[in-house]
Design a binder for this molecule. Structure first.
Ligand code: SF4
Length: 356
């Protein structure tokens, strides 16, 4: 008999282990920094205390080498004062906040390319309790306020090193009207199952069709494994699961060859794995890039086959004069119709939060 917690075989990602863990003096002064120190000591990772609070010495001889050094480095720092002034993040949530910046995975379309400054070191914040305390000032009285914590990192991908996602979930479980949202391409959720979340955290996984995830999402868990993790999070407590509200983010949706066939197979996999009733949402994000993200991605992944030809796209301008390259209107309509139809057919109780 199949266990309630597992469906067909999937490959877990190995937990990411940095080659170096750097601590700033300010991070070591923080109790949460000491908690992270105990975790990385227990994992026998090489630890260095920096002489100052600024990160330095992380550049290689080329951008590519800098990328490789950075992606193998965890830096434990304190979030600067700018992190205490939150920005809205429509359509995903009311506000974004950050427990870290940078991500150990290697997605060739990475959303962080061009949005973070400096080498893509994984910086985790030792002053998490203060970051969480600050959120209360952004809650709207008497109505739900949502907070997204995965804009600049994959919080689950570094959870074994920080414990910070669990701390956020516990914190939101104590709030009357504040709700947490996070998304991941990793799968190590066992430590999250028994947390007192009080229904205030929506856990999401980001998935894609096999040719996209197989070719462009280095260092992540397989899609099957992400879906199994979501299953564990969504199953009721009485069946050994976490009883969380959950979500699936299909992103970035790409017009690959035979896209309809590949995305249908992805929907088959989702239907098989989530074969029970649960509080489920979908977010649908088509592939886009900016001149800056393209430039950065081409230095990080010079041999990538990712399609970023401007001539094949429509230009979308924002109110600040920024430019994005998106699929043209007809392609967008065709894609959107397909995804909305499949979701309505297979998950009639699920809500689609947005298409973009
Ligand atoms: Fe970038 Fe997200 Fe992939 Fe991490 S998981 S490399 S943040 S796209």
């Amino acid at each position: 008999m199949t266990s309630l917690l597992t469906k067909p075989a999937a490959h877990s990602s190995r937990l990411w282990m940095p080659e170096r863990v750097l601590f700033t003096p300010a991070a070591l002064d923080q109790p949460w920094g000491q908690q992270i120190l105990s975790r990385v000591q227990a994992l026998n990772l090489p630890i260095e205390e920096l002489p100052q609070n600024r990160l330095s010495g992380l550049r290689g001889d080329s951008e590519r080498e800098t990328y490789q050094i950075a992606k193998r480095t965890l830096a434990v720092v304190t979030a600067p004062p700018s992190h205490f002034k939150l920005s809205p993040i429509p359509p995903s949530a009311d506000w974004q906040f950050h427990l870290a910046e940078g991500c150990p995975a290697h997605c060739q379309y990475c959303y962080l390319a061009g949005s973070l400054q400096g080498p893509p070191v994984i910086r985790v914040f030792a002053n998490l309790p203060q970051i969480l305390e600050n959120l209360a000032t952004y809650e709207r009285p008497g109505t739900a306020t949502t907070f997204e914590v995965s804009c600049y990192t994959d919080p689950l991908g570094i959870e074994h090193l920080t414990g910070s996602l669990a701390e956020c979930i516990r914190y939101f479980g104590t709030r009357r009207n504040a709700h947490l949202r996070w998304v991941s391409k990793f799968d190590a959720v066992d430590e999250l199952i028994d947390l007192p979340h009080n229904g205030h955290t929506r856990c999401r996984v980001s998935v894609n069709a096999a040719p996209v995830s197989g070719r462009f999402e280095g260092g992540t868990a397989s899609v099957a494994s992400r879906l199994q993790a979501l299953r564990k999070l969504a199953l009721p407590h009485s069946q050994g699961g976490g009883g969380y509200p959950v979500g699936i983010v299909i992103a970035p949706i790409m017009l690959i060859d035979d896209w309809e066939l590949h995305y249908t197979q992805l929907f088959d996999e989702m239907s098989t794995t989530l074969d029970f009733s649960c509080d489920l949402t979908f977010e649908l994000i088509s592939h886009r890039f900016t001149p800056k993200s393209k430039e950065v991605l081409q230095t990080w992944y010079p041999h990538s086959k990712l399609d970023m030809e401007e001539e094949k796209r429509s230009v979308k301008r924002n109110k600040f004069g920024g430019t994005k390259y998106v699929y043209d209107t007809d392609d967008m309509k065709t894609l959107r119709r397909f995804f909305e139809r499949e979701i309505a057919r297979r998950f009639p109780e699920a809500r689609i939060l947005y298409w973009t």
